[in-house]
Design a protein around this ligand. Structure first.
Ligand code: FE2
Ligand code: FE2
Length: 197
């Protein structure tokens, strides 16, 4: 949702080019999920990873002292709803189906275990980060330790999705046939039927 407040900078941060800069034209906006991609589930995950990259950028900007009220509200909502849904999409839908499509030589189990372990770590680091973001939204100044924790979370998100984009999705594109893709698509549609975003 766009509101005028979105464009009001507050919180005493010095002016910067974080909004409208050449490299990051809209740093405080996370695009809505294109639900038509549910027909192409691997593209759906790739698109959701792009949104997570945007969330990581926003977390980093906040750690750097930037603030955009509506951006932080949207970020908190994204982390509490969409991010959690994504992990479930992978662990309850994608990973089990991919496992069935792979042979032992793919060594998919160790990759999926690593990713699931990272999801667990994300949960713990993410809860901390959410508490910090909510305090920031309430007007608190962030301590250097708060900023460090936010940076750790942003980096964790980036590293995780880099592995999923560079290793997981290419294996899935090789191994998943039309039937397994269709099954995954159905599961995702059911999971996102309640998605109000
Ligand atoms: Fe993941
Ligand atoms: Fe992912």
């Amino acid at each position: 949702m766009i509101s005028d407040e979105k464009h009001n900078r507050s919180g005493g941060a010095p002016p910067s080019d974080s909004r409208g800069g050449q490299n990051f034209p809209e740093p405080w906006v996370i695009e809505p999920m294109p639900l038509n991609l549910l027909e192409a589930p691997l593209d759906f995950f790739f698109a959701d990873h792009y949104r997570q990259r945007q969330a990581a950028l926003m977390i980093q900007l906040i750690a750097d002292g930037e603030f955009d009220r509506q951006g932080v509200v949207d970020l908190i909502d994204f982390l509490e709803v969409d991010f959690v849904l994504h992990v479930g999409d992978e662990e309850l839908g994608f990973f089990p189906i991919l496992r069935q499509c792979c042979s032992t030589e793919d060594d998919i189990d160790s990759l999926l275990k690593r990713l699931a372990d990272e999801h667990k770590a994300d949960e713990a680091i993410g809860d901390e980060a959410l508490t910090i973001l909510k305090r920031r939204l309430a007007g608190d100044e962030l301590s250097p330790e708060d900023c460090r924790r936010l940076r750790v979370f942003a980096e964790h998100i980036r590293q995780h999705l880099a592995v999923e984009n560079a290793v997981l999705l290419p294996i899935a594109r090789l191994r998943m046939d039309a039937n397994s893709l269709e099954t995954l698509s159905m599961i995702l549609k059911q999971r996102h039927a309640k998605d109000h975003h």
